[in-house]
Ligand binder design. Structure first.
Ligand SMILES: NC(=O)c1ccc[n+]([C@@H]2O[C@H](COP(=O)([O-])OP(=O)(O)OC[C@H]3O[C@@H](n4cnc5c(N)ncnc54)[C@H](OP(=O)(O)O)[C@@H]3O)[C@@H](O)[C@H]2O)c1
Length: 324
C-alpha cells in the first residue's frame, strides 16, 4: 500500500480510500452488500493496508455507518473514518436533512452512535444547503470540532464559487475550515478541472474524488455497461453524462490500453486518477474482494505521459453532474 499525507490534516492515509456506499443493506439498493459480506470486505481492505474509509449517514439509511463501525471495532485508532451529513434521513422529519445547526448537531450524534465512535475523523458536508447561510453551517461545524466530536472538516460536490465562499467565511470568522474536497472526477467526467481542482490546489485542500471508475462505466466495455446488477439498476450510472461527448471513445481507449498492458480496464481508469497530481486518494466502490485487490494493484501501474494524453484526448465538455 502507498500512503500519503491528507493535505493539512497531517493524517497518513492509504492512497486508496474504500467507499462504503456499497455496503449496509440490500433493502436500500439491490446491489448493496449486507452486513456479513461488508464485514469481510472491510477485513480484506485492512489486510491490504487500507486505513481510510468513506461513508455517509444516508448510505443504507445509516446501516453503512453501523457496519463500518462494527468492522473497525478494536482497531479504530489506526483508521481514518470519514462520514457525511446533508441528505434527509427521515421524510417525516425535516430536521433530518440540510445543514442547519439543529440538523448538524442531531445527525452528528446519530452518526457517532452508529459508528460506535466518540470522535469522527473527517466530517463532510455532502452537498450545499441553499436554505442555511454558510456562516451558520460553519459555526455549527466549528463547534463540533471544539466539542471534540469531530477532528477535521471536509466538503463534497458543489460549485467552486460556493466552496470559495465557505473557505473565505471560515477564514474571516476564525473558524475551522474545510481541509478536503470529495468531488466527482474520473476519465469520463473531468468538468472539475475547470474551477474546483485549481481552487483546491491554490487553497491547499486535499482532493478525494468519488466514483473514480465512473460508477463502473470505465470498468467494462461501453456496450456492457448494464451487464452487472448495479449497471442495470443504478440510476446514476445513466444520469451522469459518461456516455455523452467523448465518453465511448475514452472507454474504448481504456480498454485498448488495458489489453496492451495486460491489466483490467478498472485498473487503467483508477491508475489515471492516481496519476493526477491534484488527487490525494480516490474513493473506490466495490462489492467484491477481487475488485478491491484490483484497485490496490492499480497503484503499481505506471502510465507514461503519452498514455495519459491518449486516454484524455477524446474527452469533450459535458453537462455538470453530481451537485444535486
Ligand atoms: N460525495 C458524493 O456525493 C459521493 C457520490 C458517489 C459516491 N461517493 C463515494 O465514493 C465511493 C465510490 O463510488 P462508486 O461506487 O460510485 O464508484 P466507482 O469506484 O467509480 O464505481 C464502482 C463500480 O465499479 C465496479 N468496479 C470496481 N472495481 C472493479 C473492477 N476491478 N472490475 C470491474 N468492476 C469494478 C463496481 O462493481 P463491483 O461492485 O462488482 O466491484 C461498482 O459497480 C462510494 O462508496 C462513496 O463512498 C460519494
Amino acid at each position: 500500500m502507498e500512503y500519503t499525507t491528507l493535505g493539512d490534516t497531517g493524517l497518513e492515509v492509504s492512497r486508496i480510500c474504500l467507499g462504503c456506499m456499497s455496503f449496509g443493506s440490500s433493502d436500500w439498493r439491490e446491489w448493496v452488500l449486507d452486513e456479513e459480506e461488508g464485514l469481510e470486505l472491510v477485513d480484506r481492505a485492512v489486510e491490504l493496508g487500507i486505513n481510510f474509509f468513506d461513508t455517509a449517514n444516508m448510505y443504507s439509511k445509516g446501516e453503512s455507518e453501523r457496519v463500518l463501525g462494527k468492522a473497525l471495532e478494536g482497531r479504530r485508532d489506526e483508521m481514518t473514518v470519514a462520514t457525511k451529513v446533508f441528505h434527509e434521513m427521515d421524510e417525516d422529519n425535516p430536521h433530518s436533512g440540510g445543514l442547519s445547526r439543529k440538523t448538524i448537531e442531531q445527525e452528528l450524534e446519530n452518526s457517532l452512535a452508529r459508528l460506535g465512535m466518540e470522535t469522527i475523523d473527517l466530517y463532510q458536508i455532502h452537498r450545499w444547503d441553499y436554505e442555511t447561510p454558510i456562516e451558520t453551517t460553519m459555526r455549527a461545524l466549528d463547534d463540533a470540532v471544539r466539542r471534540g466530536k469531530v477532528r477535521y472538516l471536509g466538503a463534497s460536490s458543489m460549485w467552486a464559487h460556493q466552496f470559495a465562499d465557505a473557505l473565505h467565511t471560515s477564514d474571516r470568522l476564525g473558524l475551522e475550515r474545510f481541509l478536503t474536497m470529495q468531488n466527482h472526477y474520473n476519465l469520463a467526467y473531468r468538468e472539475e478541472e475547470r474551477e474546483m481542482l485549481p481552487l483546491c490546489e491554490r487553497a491547499g485542500v486535499a482532493v478525494i474524488p468519488w466514483s473514480p471508475l465512473a460508477r463502473g462505466y470505465l470498468a467494462r466495455p461501453h456496450e456492457d455497461v448494464e451487464a452487472t446488477t448495479r449497471g442495470a439498476s443504478e440510476e446514476y450510472i445513466h444520469r451522469h453524462p459518461y456516455r455523452e461527448g467523448g465518453g465511448p471513445e475514452v472507454n474504448a481507449r481504456v480498454q485498448e490500453l488495458a489489453d496492451e498492458k495486460g491489466v483490467k480496464m478498472a485498473q487503467i481508469a483508477l491508475s489515471w486518477v492516481l496519476h493526477k497530481d491534484w488527487v490525494d486518494a480516490p474513493i473506490v466502490g466495490t462489492t467484491s474482494v477481487e475488485h478491491l485487490e484490483d484497485a490496490v494493484e492499480a497503484l503499481d501501474i505506471s502510465l507514461s505521459d503519452s498514455d495519459v494524453e491518449y486516454l484524455e484526448e477524446p474527452y469533450e465538455p459535458v453537462r455538470v453532474s453530481g451537485h444535486d
